[in-house]
Design a protein around this ligand. Sequence first.
Ligand code: TYD
Ligand code: MG
Length: 456
Amino acid sequence: MVRAKPAFVCQSCGAVHNRWSGKCDACGAWNSIVQEAASAPLPGVSTSRGLGRGRVVVLEGLSGAPDEAPRLASGMAELDRVTGGGFVVGSILLLGGDPGIGKSTLLLQASAALANAGHRVVYVSGEEAAAQVRLRAQRLGLGDAPVALAAETCVEDILATLREGPTPRLVILDSIQTLWTGQAESAPGTVTQVRASAQALIRYAKTTGACVILVGHVTKDGQIAGPRVVEHMVDAVLSFEGDAGRDFRILRAQKNRFGPTDEIGVFAMTGGGLEEVRNPSALFLGDREPDAPGAAVLAALEGSRPLLVEIQALVVPSSLGTPRRAVVGWDSARLAMVLAVLEARCGVRLGQHDVHLAVAGGLRVQEPAADLAVAAALVSSLMGAPLPVDAVFFGEIGLTGAVRPVAHPGPRLREAARLGFKRAALPPSAAEAAQEAGVAALSVATLDALVARLAA
Ligand code: TYD
Ligand code: MG
């Protein structure tokens, strides 16, 4: 191999610079630039044996293809929901998450389920010895599953191993940061290595039709070559999230070429591995204290799935010049907006108060429909008066103080009715859906109207 001159690669975004500097101009990260041997030709690229390369096919000529991409369903409903019905044959997927969150556990369980269903599954661990993976499988009660295990980090060796015997349906590589290829000169874990290894594995998936799953650790400071550099190369990016101190784990699709990106899968980490949570609303509302002021139940929607979660607010007089605004699980800019609207349109003065807001259960809520529940929780805490136990809240608040319609009120209200809620504070447009669901509608056209009701 020709020795190339060194390059300086940002370990956060993958940008290549020709000299070192403290800050990456491309992504703005500090201290992320590391000297690497310049990128060698990517593996496989130099081979001119074309596999029909560059040949043109006409879209309508593909009509013989099935309507749906062929999929490999794991049988774990929470996982299949997020992928859009199973792993797509010949696709490559990246599963990211903090170390210790349960990525290996999840994939080992999915591997065992598929292997038990008669599919050939290979689990390649670059972090643990095969014996350790087997021990873990035994602890999870999956010791008998016919999953082929390998402990290997060199991509060329992995591909050689995979080519022995029949082509596997599913290949897990745990983790991408441990892989290295002889085609690139830098150390394992650097951007160049991660990218070259991923490239080789993508070619493998596309040419053999195996599903390949890469595991990537996401580190807070981004110092380890971010799996972010492969995000645009893979077909789907799933992230596994949760608090290390809590049992809930949420699986989310950040990118999915073959399915939805707004579905979530909910799991609970137990002594016996990850358990699927079929009824997350009951779980998230599990330890509610009905008489506590400052708690409002939000009827949220994650993808196609309604989910009831408790929004908790604590409003206390501040001893600081600039009062604190602390938010867990919601957008702090959105909280600032709700506070401003409460102040400007409803005369609720919170300028001298510290405000703490949290979504109970460690869930992260993103939709604007949470505005109304947040406002209700804030007002309830400020007044020291609990909200009705049997009420749910949803609605987007505009800067004028108007409560705006939200998408899909029906499923939210049916979920609320199913869990025994009798009333819902909602935008007037959703009143009809409430009637259909058998929930009494408290239509609020403006935030002012809600505040007036709560003060009454
Ligand atoms: P792991 O899957 O190794 O995480 P990752 O691959 O994302 O780094 O999960 C490790 C954590 O999960 C560890 O803190 C222990 C916990 N755990 C359980 O609570 N129960 C179990 O059955 C298993 C296997 C792990
Ligand atoms: Mg692991």
